[in-house]
Structures are given as C-alpha cells and as structure tokens.
Design a protein around this ligand. Structure first.
Ligand SMILES: C[S@@+](CC[C@H](N)C(=O)[O-])C[C@H]1O[C@@H](n2cnc3c(N)ncnc32)[C@H](O)[C@@H]1O
Length: 344
C-alpha cells in the first residue's frame, strides 16, 4: 500500500494534482467537495482560484489542525467536516451547486508515521490501524475473531494466498498471549519466504486496515451518495492505490454510464438512462516526472465521470456486485457480539 502524499524534504506532493485541476477547471469557480482532506493538497490548490468554495471531509480527527489553518486563510470559502465520506449526503452544502466530488483514497505519509495509529509494520506495541471514527481496532480483530473469519478477511481484502496458514498460526499464538504488531509481523515472516522488495506483511496489513476502517462500504456508499449531491455536469473523481479499490470505482463509473432501460413499459425513445458520461474507460496514471519526484505515486490510478442526469435505481446493481466483500466487512457485527460478551 502506498500513501498519496509523501514528505520529501518536508514538501507535500498531492498525487495527480495537475490532472485533477485540468479536469475540474477551478478557474471557472464553483463548489468542490474534497472527501479526503489529508494534508490539504487538493483543497489548497483549488482555493488558489478566487471564485471557488471547498467543502472538505476527513475521518481522522488529527486533520482538524490542517483544516483550521486552511480555514484561517480562506474564511468563508472553506468548511471542514470530521466525518466519514460515506455520509457525504448528510453534510451541509449550503445549496451550492457541487461541481466536483474528489476522493483520494488511503492515508497520508504523516498517518503512517504516526506511532499511535499503528498503520506501519514498524509500529511498536498494541495493534490499532484506526483512521478515525471507528468502532473497533486491529487489536480486537486479530485477537478476537475466529480463524475462519480472519482467513476470509486476508483472502478477500489482502488477496493473500497464505491466508489459511497465517490465520491458523495467529489463533495458535494468541492462546499464549495477545498479539501486538511485532508478533503479528513475526508470524507472517515465519510463513512467507522473503521475495522481492515488498514487505511480507503488506497484504495482511492492507486486509486488516480495510476491515478496521470498513473501507469497502465507505467507498461503495461514498460513491453512491456523492452522485446525489452532484449538480448536473458535476464530476466524480477517484484516485485509488490498489486493485480492490480500483475494481469498485471502475465498475461503479462504468455501470452509471451505461445506457440502461428504465422500464419495459416505457416507449423506446424515452427509455434511456445514461446517468453519467465516462470520458475514458482507461484510468489516468501519474507522469514519469511525477513518479520521479514522488515514487509511491506510481501505483495511483485516477478515474472520473460526469453527471448527465439525476440518478435513479442504480444502487441495487452495485450493492449486488460487491455483496461478497460487503458481507465480509459485516463480520464486524460478530466481533461486536464477542466484545459485548467479554465485557458483560
Ligand atoms: C491520501 S490522504 C489524502 C491526501 C490529500 N488529497 C492531500 O492532497 O493532502 C487520504 C485521507 O483520507 C482520509 N480518509 C480515508 N478514508 C476516509 C473516509 N472513509 N472518510 C473520510 N476520510 C477518509 C484519511 O484520513 C486521509 O487523511
């Protein structure tokens, strides 16, 4: 997993920023929703254009400090909500016409380096991985969930081929004592033979992080709900860093941009419902120049589509398509029951 923002000589590099600005045209003004404020790279860039307003969201409460700084420089043109972007349809847009909704998924370098968040393999102590506004942590997932459930999480969210052995070892080891980050990494290293430059624990850590932060439902509902608040001709843009996220974004934008029959009872000429226009089926990748400055940007993919009609009856198809992944995320309700019994 890669972060979109890297600190290199104390400078931030928002991924694919030039490409995003050229798609959303902030020079023409308008209201933009930055669903993942992070270090403020996109919001600050949009606000350099005088006629713009930015509404920003981030689930991490630590980002409030960044939001306060942007607010102090842009007073009435900037507002921030410490919320999850799946709730985008519940935020106050002050009846502005929303020209674009932007998602830059994942987490930033500052978050990986924050020892209390425990996102890195090098973190010490108790497992965590909560980005903010969570119901449970990685500690509870790894030390409480059944072997079978852990295996499913690793297999589907990490696409880890050694899911079965790793989950078995976890359950064996935790009988002796609770697992922390270091112990978990040691278990993974004992199963996997070191190959290539990618850390052995990458896939398992990705899987746990997705589960702890409910990243699948966040993305699915974030996309679904953003279609409702966008103005006609408004744009949804999403930058992703791994294949699972990209698969969801690709399917979602393609599905909305297909010519679907509204009803078999409608006359043919009125029976079309192409709600979005997909400008290109292919994603946009960072340039070689950007990759040379910010290496982790190499795995970024940007997709976007333009709203052409008000959206109706499209969620079912998306929810069905990703039902298996959503079902696995809902194993968290099992975790809740275990925790309630433990504390009863
Ligand atoms: C990669 S960073 C964004 C960087 C930002 N584009 C910039 O230029 O500085 C991703 C941010 O999204 C936030 N985030 C991740 N999932 C979220 C969610 N479901 N709802 C709201 N914020 C989320 C993270 O806390 C993190 O700050």
């Amino acid at each position: 997993m890669n972060a979109t923002i890297l600190l290199n000589n104390e400078k931030h590099y928002p991924v694919l920023l030039d490409e995003i600005l050229s798609i959303i045209s902030p020079q023409n003004g308008g209201t933009f929703i930055d669903c993942t404020l992070g270090q403020g790279g996109y919001s600050n860039a949009i606000l350099t254009f005088n006629e713009t307003n930015v509404i920003a969201i981030d689930r991490d409460p630590d980002i409030k400090i960044i939001a306060q700084k942007i607010k102090s420089q842009n007073k009435n043109r900037f507002s921030f909500f410490n919320k999850k972007f799946s709730e985008i349809d519940k935020i106050q847009t002050n009846n502005f016409d929303v020209k674009a909704v932007i998602f830059d998924l994942g987490y930033s370098y500052n978050q990986i380096k924050d020892p209390k968040k425990g996102l890195s393999f090098e973190s010490k102590g108790k497992l965590n991985m909560k980005l903010g506004l969570n119901s449970f942590s990685a500690d509870e997932v790894i030390n409480k969930l059944d072997q079978k459930d852990l295996e499913l999480i690793f297999k589907y969210f990490g696409e880890e081929k050694d899911s079965k052995v790793i989950s078995k070892k976890i359950v064996e080891h935790r009988l002796r004592s609770n697992l922390d980050t270091e112990k978990l990494v040691n278990i993974i290293n004992s199963v996997k033979k070191k190959r290539g430059r990618t850390h052995n624990a990458t896939k398992i850590f990705q899987a746990i992080r997705i589960f702890v932060n409910k990243e699948i439902s966040e993305l699915v509902y974030g996309l679904i709900n953003s279609t409702r608040i966008l103005d006609i001709d408004g744009i949804i843009l999403a930058v992703s860093f791994h294949s699972l996220e990209d698969r969801i974004i690709k399917y979602f934008l393609k599905s909305l941009s297909e010519d679907k029959k509204i009803s078999r009872y409608f006359p043919e000429e009125e029976n079309h419902n192409k709600m979005f226009e997909l400008v290109s089926k292919k994603p946009i990748f960072p340039s070689q120049k950007e990759i040379s400055i910010n290496k982790p940007s190499r795995s970024a993919k940007l997709r976007y589509a333009i709203k052409k009609k008000n959206v109706i009856n499209f969620e079912k198809d998306i929810l069905k398509k990703f039902s298996k992944l959503l079902e696995i995320e809902n194993l968290s309700s099992k975790l809740w029951k275990i925790l309630l019994l433990l504390f009863a």
